[in-house]
Ligand binder design. Structure first.
Ligand code: NIG
Ligand code: FE
Length: 420
């Protein structure tokens, strides 16, 4: 494989820094190389630096990607998505315009359960095909790795079906996937009123089987009184931990239930959502080193106004992450640039903080901080050329896709026609 030189980067936004998730002031330090260049060999970053000092070291036969004075960033790492499901929920979307709430729709049998019915009826191949289309949406948004949850099957076979689709998506590429088992996403129709029996099914059958087949690295729970309360969630997550799963949680999204405290107690990798979190919860997460994954697009798409308190979290030293929560109900968007916009306009995060939260910090939250999330020597060459000359434009312009070319492992995986 010939080497690839990336030249003429107006800003090469490397995110180089300490080999750990970034906190406080570090969130604003993007380690930008003005007029930078990079050399890639065998899919790995071999050299990074100012163009003037690097060009003499490029092999004469290397392939050249001219960034044309644009911005080059690491590929976004989307650390919370639900990308494998059948159908849409456009009917519920319309009902919400007439005043129905997400919770009312769910209580009446819609919501997650409506997607579960459609997903159960779909074959593994059908799910693979629809998910493949969504993979293309992530790539064109400049995302190169996604965390992907199951959770629309809710029987052993249907959860395995979804996780096998995720495994196949990852192995056929080019988008990278990190799988999370979310069997405790909702109590399915056939177990209504018998949540603890369903919980036992998750603990006794699903978790050991998912582990045996090595279909997921993480286990997640929708910890919410209307789904799995704190005591149910604790039992599921303790069982998952004992089997060697990492822990992620849907926590304190709709109600303040003690979910974040549980995440801290269990030493979870992440606590996600956190719209209803208070100061004591923030302190507990900080003390336990749990990374918050904030999902402002779900707040926006549900027409709500209470965003998680990002500034307080940053002040408390939390290694903040931002993600899309791509799913058919609360957040039908694969766009990290939209999330960057929301982070700045609704949560007062600077564009630099938001970039850190969607690259290196997101990578660390998935246990991959040593491989992806920054453009540093020895890391995978997952990078994106954006059609702008200042990285802040990615957050500033809204509703426009800035990614022009996307590379994973040093291979071109997406290229948009540039019309000016
Ligand atoms: O993260 N809250 C639970 N899970 C998803 C929503 C899934 C759905 O509505 O289908 C979330 O918002
Ligand atoms: Fe979610």
């Amino acid at each position: 494989m010939t080497a690839l030189a990336v030249v003429n980067c107006r800003q090469l936004v490397t995110l180089a820094g300490p080999a750990r998730p970034r906190v406080r002031q570090e969130l604003r330090e993007l380690s930008i190389i003005e007029h930078g260049a990079m050399l890639i060999r065998n899919g790995v970053i071999d050299r990074v630096g100012p163009q003037t000092t690097l060009t003499s070291q490029f092999p004469s036969d290397c392939e050249v990607l001219d960034a044309g004075n644009r911005v080059v960033l690491p590929g976004f790492v989307d650390a919370h998505t639900h990308p494998v499901f059948a159908g849409t929920r456009v009917d519920e979307f319309e009902q919400r315009t007439a005043g129905a709430t997400y919770e009312e729709i769910a209580a009446a049998g819609g919501g997650i359960r409506s997607t579960v019915r459609k997903t159960r009826a779909a074959s593994e191949d059908e799910l693979f095909q629809v998910a493949k289309r969504r993979a293309a949406w992530f790539l064109r948004s400049g995302t190169t790795t996604v965390e992907a949850k199951s959770g629309y099957g809710l029987t052993l076979e249907d959860e395995l079906k979804i996780l096998r689709v995720i495994r196949r998506l990852n192995s056929t590429g080019p988008l990278r996937y990190v799988a999370t088992f979310l069997g405790a996403h909702e109590v399915p129709d056939e177990y209504r009123g018998r949540a603890s029996e369903y919980m036992n099914l998750v603990i006794d059958q699903m978790l050991p089987c998912v582990r045996r087949e090595q279909l997921a690295e993480y286990c997640d729970v929708f910890c919410e009184p209307s789904a799995f309360d704190v005591s149910c969630s604790r039992k599921i997550l303790e069982a998952a931990k004992a089997l060697g799963f990492g822990i992620r949680m849907h926590a304190d999204q709709l109600t303040h239930s003690g979910a974040s405290q549980l995440a801290a107690e269990l030493g979870a990798s992440t606590a996600d959502h956190l719209e209803q979190i208070d100061e004591a919860d923030i302190r507990a997460l900080a003390k336990a080193g749990v990374q918050p994954v904030l999902l402002p697009a779900s707040v926006y798409c549900l027409g709500r106004h209470k965003y998680p308190p990002a500034r307080q979290m940053i002040e408390a030293g939390l290694a903040i992450v931002l993600a899309t929560d791509f799913n058919p109900g609360s957040s039908p968007t694969p766009s990290i640039s939209f999330v960057l916009s929301l982070a700045s306009t609704q949560m007062q995060m600077t564009p630099a903080e938001a970039i850190t939260a969607t690259t290196i910090n997101a990578a660390y939250s998935l246990g991959r901080g040593g491989q992806i999330g920054s453009l540093e020597l020895g890391k995978r060459a997952d990078f994106v050329m954006h059609d702008c000359s200042d990285y802040r434009e990615i957050s500033y312009f809204v509703g426009i896709e800035s990614a022009l070319t996307v590379y994973i492992d040093g291979q071109s995986v997406y290229r948009r026609h540039c019309d000016g």
